[in-house]
Write a protein that binds this ligand. Structure first.
Ligand code: HEM
Length: 160
């Protein structure tokens, strides 16, 4: 595999864990703030912002991989063939579209939480929209126990 693919794939693998952790922190804070009737603090705002930033970075890394690992080529060479196998369909279409959907939900949550008039509505926007984004994201990761398994952790040539 080319060095660039190895580096981008390692970053894409690791950023996934950043997104999982940042998403959990933002969502737990939002539910606690919503039901606990708490203030919406700068730390809440930061948690929400970091989740969307990590997701944006992951999107860019994913797009690079999509072209550099040849998935775009697979899709355009023979669309019907790439849809007929679960393995190729997942990376040519499913992973990409589901993640773009999850990213959009996160940005909707971020925009609504910024516009909301009071703390309760801000927390609620993050809890609901980020919660949906997070669930969609989890469903579209190629976890090692799925049909399109990729490693839990990748560090260049080493993977677990
Ligand atoms: C938003 C657009 C995204 C695109 C276009 C994209 C694209 C890709 C591509 C092309 C691969 C390489 C598959 C291969 O040939 O091995 C990949 C792998 C992977 N993606 Fe994404 N991805 C996106 C978002 C995400 C997100 C948001 C996550 C998780 C939070 C994620 C998690 C992963 C993981 C864990 C792998 C396996 C990495 C490895 O092989 O170590 N992806 N993705």
């Amino acid at each position: 595999m080319s060095t660039i693919n190895l580096i981008v794939q390692t970053l894409h693998n690791l950023t996934r864990w950043g997104i999982v952790i940042l998403g959990l922190v933002a969502i737990i804070r939002a539910f606690a703030g919503w039901f606990g009737k708490k203030e919406y603090t700068p730390a809440d705002n930061r948690a929400g912002m970091l989740y969307t930033i990590a997701f944006d970075i992951q999107f860019l890394l994913g797009i690079v991989l999509y072209f550099s690992k040849g998935w775009f080529g697979v899709l355009t060479a023979d669309f019907n063939a790439s849809m007929s196998s679960v393995g190729t369909r997942f990376f040519t279409i499913d992973h990409l579209l589901t993640m773009v959907g999850a990213l959009t939900l996160a940005h909707v949550g971020r925009a609504l939480s910024r516009k909301a008039a009071d703390a309760a509505r801000k927390h609620r926007s993050v809890a609901i929209w980020y919660g949906l984004s997070f669930a969609l994201m989890l469903a579209a990761v190629p976890w090692p126990f799925t049909a399109f398994a990729r490693p839990w952790l990748r560090l260049f040539g080493i993977s677990f």
